[in-house]
Design a protein around this ligand. Structure first.
Ligand code: GRG
Length: 294
């Protein structure tokens, strides 16, 4: 399979499991499950699950990486639902559709996000109970990535920085934690489930590759905010500009922000080559992430 076929195949396998393995909208309380499924099944690039599957496919094992892929996307989706709320980014549009609180109401969106957090850990606990130490390790990795010193911490500092003049230190902190931590952890969780998952040196390289991919992803995200349309993005374009968000584009301009995205991608490519294994797909994915249009 070439790169686009493999990417499509990963995404399709993921979508199937998303429908089959999670609570149905008809299950009581149906409004809550409907809201959770509304946001989970609204599409999106499925980058984090694809990274889990790519990390696993570096050194394939018999362990099923899909529950870990579900877990990271579930956490990511909760963070998007809460990020769109009026108290945070106040966004009406997400993944090309009305955001969760717009399609339902604010209280339901808060509860849907809340309920997604334990659902992610339930996926891991159920799927990997046969290998309890690995299961616990995955739970720990995801808990740290989603916690107060990573995803939520990055979001806090991002909110505090709004409207202030850009500072490289704050921006680096926000990007490393709000965005790159979940991207890094997705790749790492997939790798932990691979045949070589216990190799400490390789784990460190995988983490570094994931962090660089995450930083490149965020730099591209900042660029797309000013270069893409709302239709292309599926969320409001120029939103960062309008809310005076601290971004690399605002601090460095388009040209230098682009150079930064390229530099992080180059670093990720170096690390992925050093990891070895069946890394062809991951190398192509890193390049694809740099060229993406949404
Ligand atoms: C509320 C705890 C909490 C965190 C919110 C994810 C996030 C932190 C904010 C989203 C706002 C934003 C545009 C962040 C920049 C990068 C990012 C994480 C974008 C969304 O991820 P994509 O582009 O989205 O992978 P899809 O819809 O494709 O899954």
């Amino acid at each position: 399979m070439n790169f686009p076929e493999k990417l499509k195949s990963f995404q399709e396998q993921f979508e199937k499991r998303l429908v089959s393995d999670l609570p149905k909208s008809t299950e009581r309380p149906s409004r809550l499950h409907e809201a959770m499924n509304y946001s989970l099944q609204a599409g999106g690039k499925r980058l984090r699950p694809v990274l889990v599957l790519s990390g696993h496919s570096l050194f394939p094992s018999k362990l099923d990486p899909m529950p870990a892929a579900l877990a990271v996307e579930i956490i990511h989706t909760y963070s998007l639902i809460h990020d769109d709320l009026p108290a945070m980014d106040d966004s009406d549009l997400r993944r090309g559709s009305p955001s969760c609180h717009r399609a339902f109401d604010e209280a339901t969106a808060i509860l849907a996000g809340d309920a997604l957090i334990p659902l992610a850990f339930e996926q891991l606990a159920r799927a990997y109970q046969g290998s309890s130490s690995l299961g616990l390790e995955l739970v720990g990795l995801l808990a740290v990535a989603a916690g107060s010193q990573k995803l939520v911490g990055g979001q806090m500092e991002d909110l505090l920085a709004e409207g202030k003049s850009p500072e490289a230190d704050t921006l680096s902190y926000v990007h490393a934690n709000k965005t790159a931590a979940m991207i890094e952890t997705s790749l790492l969780m997939g790798f932990c489930l691979s045949e070589n998952g216990g190799n400490i040196e390789l784990r460190s390289l995988v983490s570094q590759a994931g962090q660089s991919l995450g930083l490149a992803f965020q730099a591209v995200d900042d660029l797309l905010d000013v270069t893409s349309t709302t239709e292309e993005l599926g969320k409001e374009a120029a939103h960062d500009q309008d809310t005076e968000k601290m971004t690399w584009v605002r601090m460095l301009g388009v040209k230098q922000a682009n150079e930064l995205a390229c530099a992080h991608t180059e670093q990720a490519l170096r690390m992925i080559k050093e990891i070895g294994g069946d890394n062809h797909f991951l190398l192509k994915l890193a390049e694809h992430m740099l060229r993406r249009k949404n």
